[in-house]
Design a protein around this ligand. Sequence first.
Ligand SMILES: *Cc1c(COP(=O)(O)O)cnc(C)c1O
Length: 374
Amino acid sequence: MTGGTGAVPLVDLAAAHTEVAAEVRAGFERVLARGGFVKGPEVAAFEREYADFTGTRHCVGAANGTDALELALRALDLPPGGGVVLPANTFVATAEAVLRAGLHPVLVDADPAHLLIDPARAADALPGAVALLPVHLNGQLAPMGPLLELADGRPVVEDAAQSQGARQHGRGAYGRIAATSFYPGKNLGAYGDAGAVLTDDPGLADAVRLIGDHGAREKYTHERVGLNSRMDALQAVVLRAKLRRLPAWNAARRAAAACYDALLGDVDGLTLPRTAPGNEHVWHLYAVRIDPGRDRDAVLAALHAAGIGAGVHYPVPVHLQPAFRFLGHREGAFPTAERAARELLTLPLYPQMTVAQQERVAEVLMKALRGAHG
Ligand SMILES: *Cc1c(COP(=O)(O)O)cnc(C)c1O
């Protein structure tokens, strides 16, 4: 694909598949010949490899990222109904997992510069809460130093669904326990649903494994009420093949982000995403802000009309979702999260993207901005 008039998708999963196709086929054949489709040796090997990759002692596979968050929270055995502090500007799954774990979501606003949970707002909400759940949004870690200090011994559970391979001050894992998602579009994506929990604590890892497999260590002896959330062998094959490419793919994402920074640095009406101090970003999403003087949705429509697969992550913050109205927050409750929902626009970015494709996106975006005075 070259510049000119070409269409550019938001992500290109087929291009990623091409790189791993031979390994995935061979792995699928291994699993098909052996016949074990849930957990098993491929999953155990992936768990080991992903634990090593993240610098964490234990990795436990799960059926998806939302379950992984729920399992992490349930493993902590927090007091039922206890408050868990999380940002209002996240994918709804973060808040769902809190409720499904029998806990109460306590939403707080983000810091306007990086759109990560604001430690000052978290500090206001923490008294009375039992845990802190930062989200490593768009591919960079929330400010873990200040958050751990604030938590003051309360467990910090990380939503690491968007931050595979991201580091802060050279470290990848910080809190008591973290959960990630291998949904196909994530930096490390399966061919279906999968997720994992990461922790250094062997007791917590054991609890996650137990709860995620019907509370049973041995078949038909159920120590506690759990759920069915295990990783499939076929997904582990895909994840093992892709994990080997992830460092190179994340480097390619960083190069693509730098290319957008250069192409779009001086454009009127646009604010580019920023990397917080100490962070090595993995650019799960490259989301620009369309300044309030322009009509973001008109810009988005113009991009779509030109075949550019831009998106919005996320158009409605958690507190304004119908399902979460019961929390009792009105419009205006979290101004930064609401502003982000109105102004953000995610540009196409994936490891195999070419400079010509990025130039095409930039060209269409600049033209759209000129025509979108709101
Ligand atoms: C994708 C995602 C999840 C949920 O993961 P699933 O695998 O889709 O269940 C949770 N939190 C965030 C921030 C995500 O981006």
